[in-house]
Design a protein. Structure first.
Length: 229
């Protein structure tokens, strides 16, 4: 109830009026049943605009840092993330990754929509980077389709490091669902997981025409110089 109140009464109408977001391919979202929405990741704002433009409820797996801040800012961030359907996950790897997988599977097990950023982090420069195989494992274990989604101009509206967004019209293009049922029962085969993940990234690249670099975005970020303060 709280989610729908935020979406249709409190936050949603205001955001739509200011940014006038557009969407193409909405009909590719199933009206019922679980599915994974695999999106490129240009901005923090991606997790706001995509759920706002869908008729069905969806949840994103968001890094737990957004839910653990202190003070007024920390409380406001936690409130906003919860109101927009975000679920906290620990991205430190190991057992944390397994817990993240289980969180996603619970969402899919309820027959809901789950949003995932296959790149694992925001693109530092607008390019599309190599996908992490967690999305493939989740899709195969849950036996659900993966729907590619391309966000457009959200990095212009709210680039990394900016606290207040620019008023820029943003959009999203939703592609046709990808069916991986041919790999049923093979979710523990790392070669299959890599193949499925790469197929998802190819679909995203073709849908959005982003330049693709076959390296992890996190590795690119690690090599970038620290910002001057």
């Amino acid at each position: 109830m709280f989610y729908w109140l935020m979406k249709y009464v409190v936050i949603g109408p205001l955001v739509k009026a200011i940014f006038r977001p557009w969407i193409v391919g909405r009909d590719n979202i199933p009206t019922t049943g679980a599915a994974i929405l695999a999106s490129n990741h240009l901005s923090f704002a991606d997790s706001i605009f995509l759920p706002l433009m869908l008729d069905r409820r969806m949840s994103f797996l968001a890094k737990s840092d957004y839910f653990t801040g202190r003070g007024i800012k920390g409380w406001a961030t936690k409130f906003f993330m919860s109101a927009t359907g975000q679920l906290p996950i620990d991205r430190s790897g190991g057992k944390a990754s397994e817990a993240s997988l289980n969180t996603g599977l619970q969402v899919l097990g309820r027959g809901d929509l789950l949003g995932i950023y296959p790149e694992g982090t925001r693109s530092p420069d607008g390019r599309l980077y190599r996908g992490r195989t967690g999305i493939a494992r989740m899709a195969l274990e849950a036996r659900v389709p993966v729907i590619p989604v391309v966000m457009i101009d959200t990095d212009t509206a709210m680039p990394i490091g900016r606290r207040m967004p620019r008023v820029v019209r943003v959009g999203m293009v939703i592609g046709e669902p990808l069916d991986f049922s041919r790999y049923a029962g093979m979710e523990n085969d790392r070669y299959i997981l890599r193949s499925v993940t790469d197929e998802i990234m190819v679909a995203l690249q073709r849908l959005g025409a982003q330049r693709y670099d076959d390296v992890y975005a996190s590795s690119v970020k690690d090599r970038m110089p620290a910002p001057v303060r």
